[in-house]
Design a protein around this ligand. Sequence first.
Ligand code: FAD
Length: 452
Amino acid sequence: MRSPYWDETVGPQPPCLPLQQDARCDLAIVGGGFTGLWTALLARGQDPQARITVLEAQRCGSAASGRNGGFCAPSISHGVGVALRRWPAEAETLVRLGRENLDGLAADIEHYGLDAEFEREGKLNLAEKPWQVAGLQQMQRNYQRFGLEARMLTGEALREKFDSPIYSAGLFEPNYALLNPARMVAGLRRAALESGITIHEDTPVRQLRETGDGMALETPGGVVRAGKVVLATNAAPPLHGRLRHALIPIFDYALVTRPLSDEEMALTGWRGRYGIADSGNQFHYIRKTRDNRILWGGYDAVYHFGSRRDPALLDSAATYDRLARNFARALPGLEHVGFTHAWGGIIDVSARTTFFAGLGHRGRLAYAMGFTGQGVSASRFAALTMLDLLAGRDTERTRLDMLRRRPFPFPPEPARWLGIRWAQRDLAREDRTGRRSLLLRSMDAFGIGFDS
Ligand SMILES: Cc1cc2nc3c(=O)[nH]c(=O)nc-3n(C[C@H](O)[C@H](O)[C@H](O)COP(=O)(O)OP(=O)(O)OC[C@H]3O[C@@H](n4cnc5c(N)ncnc54)[C@H](O)[C@@H]3O)c2cc1C
């Protein structure tokens, strides 16, 4: 199986030993991705004495947190448009909290000394078809409503940012960041270990149950008894029964080129280090790496019948071919460069594209998941929210309707597979024709959607 390019950018990390005996702690965190590691570190900041243990089934960052594009949105709601459509009454709060969260992320990166190649250089949103241009214009109006800066670019101004024969307009938003996800995980893990947090890798939690005064977490090597538990397991089958139908695993893939020469990069017109994404339901995310490669990801969003999550599905030659063809179409001058890395990852898709958080087991367990492809920055906000919830704090975060209401459950199979196929077929048709089908409009009316 192919591994993410990002893996090569971090030095060897000695594994944290698996749990081999029963243990006790105040807070047990299941999952060692961004969400789990942020929760551990921020919990330490709130209580220097607490005994905090992270239990990770594989290695920290081996799932989505080490495989993503590294786009850090100034949003916790999958963008301003989603906030306005799905949570109009609190859209202003969501937009503000999203921006504050990106500021907080930048400050924490500094504070914990995380060498994550964090760069706040903006994002260019591209449109190919006329209805996508109209979409960008609507996006700009949404931004203006909240006083957010975004510049529409066409013609020469667009070519100076990205020179491709297929895109006719762009919307540049300066407040957007990128990071190197594997280095971010490595930094969070190191900071957690240095602050006295215990991490056990290769330690899957098989079951959770209530005990007299807390929770018991069963692992192959022993039972952990904890006062409180955080579930940060993202796209894995949730250990909390009530969440079983709240998520579906969607596979997303990326390619990375060899390092490009300055002359080759100049063919793209892409001078800065901002990220790029095109429009459409099936969209690409595009960015540079530190060593001048181009990462080209997205487009296919693949669901497998029965919510299969087999590791073999993380590799998909058909998707790599499609991505490579789309790359050549967008950047014909670079058609020859070839790709050195290709990999997949699993996105935890909720039926409303925003994450949700809540409590279970009489307030002893908190969960946050359903990031739907936008969790690099939102995971930090989710961690803070779970800590608020566990402590019983009434905060702006815990009052959010977006978090309090659980998303629509996905139906059981075969209805799940049929419904997803039907919606994806209509989403692809909308990309070709600009027409939104009756099914998609009905889903909009109920606040349902599951783009990645
Ligand atoms: C290909 C791809 C590209 C993406 N690009 C972007 C992007 O550019 N920007 C963005 O904002 N988001 C992006 N995302 C989404 C983003 O990566 C996730 O939202 C984010 O990493 C979620 O972090 P997490 O810690 O919740 O989940 P994960 O990183 O998936 O971590 C969950 C961890 O829990 C562990 N676990 C699960 N079950 C158990 C158990 N029973 N016991 C112990 N451990 C368990 C897993 O092994 C895993 O390590 C992308 C995702 C993918 C897959």
